[in-house]
Structure formats: C-alpha cells, structure tokens
Design a protein around this ligand. Structure first.
Ligand code: SF4
Ligand code: SF4
Length: 351
C-alpha cells in the first residue's frame, strides 16, 4: 500500500491520514492517540483532534484556503509533529487505508479469575482450577492475606499444572523463606507463574527470572482486600486486547469470576453480590445467575467523569470502590467514577 501511495503521489491530492492502528480517544480537553501497534500514546488538544475529524480526507491544497495563514501554520506544525512521530502520514490515496476493526470477542465465558486466600480458607484448588478450565479461563490471580510457604505455593501450582491456564499471578506477604535464590529456583520450576508480588517486604526491588517472562516485585507496602482498584498513569495499558475490550466492555469485570477467602463466588472479591459457595455451586452454574453479567457492558463510556476522559480505554475500571455523583458515598455503584482516581479530565490535571 505504501508503494502504491508513493507512485500516485500528487501534491494537489495529498491528504492527512492517521495510521489505522492509531485510535484517537477524545476527552474533554485532550485527545489521546493510542498507537496499538507500538503500544504508545500521544496527547493532543481536543480542538486539534476536531480539526483532524473535520478535514476527513480533504486535500490540503483546498484546506489551506479555508484558514488564516497564522492558523494554517500552527495546524501544519501539529500535523507534521504527528507525522514525524509515526502516528500519521501524508497520502494521495487515503481511500485505500481502511479503518481497523474494533470488535472484541473471546470464546471463553471467563477469561480471568481472582482467588483470595486467608488463614481460614479451605479451597479445593484442583477442583476450582478444573472448573475454571471448563469455562475457558486462561489466567488466575491468587491473592493471599496470610503467609504461605513455598510448599503451600507449590501445592497450588500442582493444581494448576495440566490445566488450560497460561498465566498465574500471585500476591503474597513476605516470609523469610522468600530469598531471591529460593524464588528464582521455585519460579524456574513452576513456569506457569508469570508474576509475583511480594508485599510487606523489607526492601523494594524487581527481579526477573532468567530465560522466562516472569518477574517478581518486592514491595514495602502492605496489601489488603481494599488495596485493589488503584488508578494511576503507570497502570495504563495500550495493549490491543485491553483497548479493544475496553471500548465495548467493562475492562475489569467482563468475563471475570472471583472466589473470596470464604469460598463465596463473586464478580470480584470486593463487589457485594454473591453467587453461592464454590463448594456447593458449580462455577458454570453461578454464571447463569441473572445478576452475574450486570457489569459486563458498563464500559468507561457510561461512567461519570470517565466518559469524558481521554484515558478511558487505557485505564482499568473498578466497580467495587467508587464515588457517588456527589463524590462521597457509593450510591450509584454501576456508573460512578472509581474512587481511587485523582484525575480530572475537565482540567487535564492529576489532583
Ligand atoms: S472491580 Fe475493583 S476491586 Fe474488583 S477486581 Fe476490579 S479493580 Fe479490583
Ligand atoms: S477519569 Fe480516572 S478512572 Fe476515569 S478513565 Fe480517566 S483516569 Fe481512568
């Protein structure tokens, strides 16, 4: 396509074209252009984005006459900036660049799960993992609020081996057994573990396991059932799968299932709805509950504040810890803004 564009180049027909893999997300004052191929983003003023929309493949030679020379110089400079950074290009054949399909689908009824562990938990891990496999789950996060030995963790890993799982993520309190050499050896022997977070650690460090994608974060802070749902720029993801799912679904609770420390089946361990004891109710049957999918279609376009935020498809949602419309209490859980967000899309400031 590029060679065709070059061969047919004609200055009179040249138009400005965003690359198909660059998805603009308009916010109240800024627009984020998400480059889903390079997984990077570029912020531009929403007024400039409106200009890009308005020119809609019209040749520059015509557009130039519709603006004052001062305005046109600024617009050309902004367009040149996006081109030099690889988000857009000039072309005489913009019609050959079709928009990217933005659908998201998955054959799995549940794509990811959280299992909480406390000292009193009596989970049958083999049974749970087997049932999650039947509904297509590929990733589990185990969150322990009680110290686990490497032997305990090995038993959990044994339950996961031979399953459909592709990723096991563990959040665990620090114990003296968790030396770097012990964890290195342990993770090398348990390749399903792709991430470990060791909280309440005496030091802060990230270590990687050689020849694997696995990394381990040692963190000084504590972790409780209310630690989830943080909103921060560092947690944004420009990953294709994440952005496309976010455009149509709730990016935290769509196709998610959780089992809390007491064994209750929930959407997430911190949402109030319960769908039965996992020892008595099959997970596939819990999914049939009329309320189970109530959050799935609540994407950020429906959420107060978020619907005007340029980060709405790269940010992760939280329906458990939310502000009400008055910013104080969670009166409207379904569409209130996550309470742990400190970004104001109307001023483009983090407070
Ligand atoms: S809804 Fe909130 S608390 Fe629940 S898993 Fe998602 S981010 Fe965490
Ligand atoms: S307002 Fe906050 S929570 Fe909502 S999309 Fe923007 S950054 Fe995320």
């Amino acid at each position: 396509m590029i060679s065709e564009a070059m061969e047919n180049f004609s200055p009179d027909l040249t138009t400005f074209q965003l690359a198909s893999n660059c998805i603009p997300v308009r916010g109240a004052v800024r627009t984020l252009i998400c480059d889903l191929q390079r997984q990077i983003g570029r912020l531009i003023p929403s007024t400039f984005y409106d200009f890009i929309v308005s020119i809609d493949r019209r040749p520059l030679s015509i557009l130039e006459h519709e603006h004052s020379s001062a305005d046109w110089a600024v617009l050309r400079k902004n367009m040149a900036g996006l081109i030099s950074e690889g988000y857009a290009f000039w072309t005489p054949t913009s019609h050959v660049f079709v928009p990217m399909a933005l659908d998201w689908e998955s054959p799995a009824r549940v794509t990811n799960a959280i299992i909480d562990i406390a000292a009193t938990s009596t989970h049958d891990y083999k049974e749970i993992v087997g049932q999650l496999g039947q509904i297509g789950c590929l990733a589990i996060q185990f969150r322990s609020f009680t110290p686990l030995s490497l032997k305990n963790i090995h038993e959990i890993c044994q339950a996961c081996n031979g399953s459909l799982l592709r990723h096991v993520d563990m959040i665990l309190p620090f114990t003296i057994e968790f030396t770097e050499s012990a964890l290195n050896e342990f993770c090398s022997q348990n390749p399903l573990i792709t991430r470990m977070t060791i909280y309440s650690s005496p030091y802060s460090k990230r270590m990687t396991i050689p020849l694997t994608p696995t990394f381990i974060d040692f963190e000084l802070g504590s972790f409780t059932t209310t630690s989830c749902g943080q909103v921060h720029e560092k947690l944004f993801s420009m990953n294709l799968h994440h952005v496309l799912e976010s455009m149509s679904f709730n990016n935290c609770l769509n196709r998610k299932l959780s089992i809390d420390a007491q064994g209750e089946i929930r959407n997430c361990p911190s949402t109030p709805e319960k769908y039965g004891d996992s020892k008595l109710v099959l997970l596939k049957d819990a999914l049939k509950h009329h309320e189970f999918n109530k959050y799935d279609l609540i994407n950020k376009d429906h959420i107060e504040g978020c619907k005007d935020c340029e980060f709405r498809y790269v940010c992760t949602d939280c329906r458990a810890f939310v502000k009400s419309n008055d910013g104080v209490s969670a009166n409207n859980r379904v569409t209130s803004k996550p309470s742990k967000c400190h970004y104001d899309p109307y001023t483009a400031r983090w407070n």
